[in-house]
Design a protein around this ligand. Structure first.
Ligand code: SAH
Length: 350
């Protein structure tokens, strides 16, 4: 690692901020030595805020019907090979019951943008979950909605909302999405969610086609200034039935490097070691934790839904990725000195 990179890392640790050109320099200056240095600082920053705790979220993939046509995503509207499904409210509540018994106190409802799943239906579902599991947090990850719809979901009791910004570079955003989706609307959604009072999560894929050190630098600056409660990042993984089907997957070491940088930018950030990371490396979740992550989101969806919620090829849904195998996850976290906890795991102040 050069002296310059060492200086940038020290300054990031102290001021939690760099300029966009400096972030780009740090990203482009990746080396194993710099990664190890960042990971060490990131782990210490995380443990000062959260100790050895690993928060778990039960992920329920409520449907894969989607009106959007994101170029990277396997459940995009124009993928004819995708077998579509939609869980009923009863099925979703059964997933929550199973998850609650396993120790989950956060349920994440994620799905495609399905117009037939109305705002009122989402609100009714949130109310039903909160009525039965008053001590649990409900996170929604259902894409873009008008302001009033987000407000209604919040009023119904939803606590958190995950909407990855995908990339903070306008032209790059447009190259990953169809013309019907706009960078401005994505940013409007994120601002709305935060203003309404949701614990808001943004995030991006690492290695999406067209991504550069410059666009990543903008992502880092965006997180620094937006100050989300959560930030989900994972490597891009191609899906054969998408326009990006023959693009290379994103880099695991670069994902870990960025996790460490994000932890130093915002020490109280909720940072998941994502399924995509676990898909590319069998020890991806452990590697993520060792780089500064503190959240895992095991899958609570019914088995046939898991098969069909194929955002990318090879997506993991068994083993430690499955909510039913929490014991395996506990052991794997214990082996790296971390403890899976079963509280709601809200963001610490900071
Ligand atoms: N419809 C919801 C949920 C999208 S799926 C929404 O719009 O928020 C959740 C995330 O999976 C996406 O935000 C995207 O960053 C990620 N994802 C989609 N396709 C992917 C791929 N091919 N490789 C890696 N991650 C992908």
């Amino acid at each position: 690692m050069t002296e310059r990179i060492r200086q940038l890392i020290d300054r990031l640790e102290q001021s939690r901020s760099l300029t966009v050109p400096e972030y780009a320099e740090l990203v482009a200056g990746y080396s194993e030595e710099a990664a190890a240095c960042l990971a060490d600082k990131a782990r210490r920053a995380c443990s000062r805020v959260y100790g050895d705790a690993v928060f778990i979220r039960g992920l329920i993939e409520i449907g894969n019907v989607c009106r959007n046509d994101c170029l990277y995503c396997g459940i995009r509207h124009s993928n004819r090979n995708c077998a579509r499904y939609r869980l009923s409210a009863d099925q979703i509540l059964s997933c929550c019951r199973e998850g609650y018994a396993l120790g989950f106190r956060t349920f994440v409802l994620q799905g495609g943008e399905d117009p037939s799943f109305s705002v009122e239906a989402v609100c009714a579902l949130v109310r039903a979950i909160k009525a039965e599991f008053a001590d649990c947090a409900v996170t929604l990850s259902l894409g873009e909605y008008p302001t009033a719809a987000y407000q209604a979901m919040f009023d119904a009791g939803a606590d958190r909302y995950l909407l990855r910004h995908e990339t903070a570079d306008r032209a790059h955003y447009q190259s990953l999405h169809p013309p019907a989706l706009s960078f401005d609307n994505r940013m409007r959604c994120l601002r709305d969610l935060k203003a309404i009072g949701f614990q808001t999560g943004c995030g991006f894929m690492v290695g999406s086609p067209g991504q550069t050190a410059q666009t990543l630098a903008k992502d880092l600056k965006f997180v620094e200034t937006f100050r989300p409660a959560m930030c989900g990042i994972g490597p891009f993984i191609p899906h054969k039935d998408t326009p990006f089907g023959d693009q290379p997957a994103g880099s695991v070491p670069l994902t870990l490097y960025l996790l460490s940088i994000l932890r130093l930018i915002q020490p109280n950030l909720l940072l998941p070691a994502t399924t995509a990371l676990g898909t590319l490396r069998s020890d991806g979740r452990e590697q993520g934790m060792l780089a500064g992550a503190n959240v895992v989101m095991p899958n609570l969806s019914p088995p046939d839904a898991r098969e069909k919620y194929t955002l990318y090829n090879g997506k993991l849904h068994s083993g430690a990725e499955s909510a039913q195998h929490l014991e395996e996850l506990r052991q794997r976290m214990a082996a790296i000195g971390r403890r899976v906890v079963t509280d709601r795991g809200d963001a610490a102040p900071g």
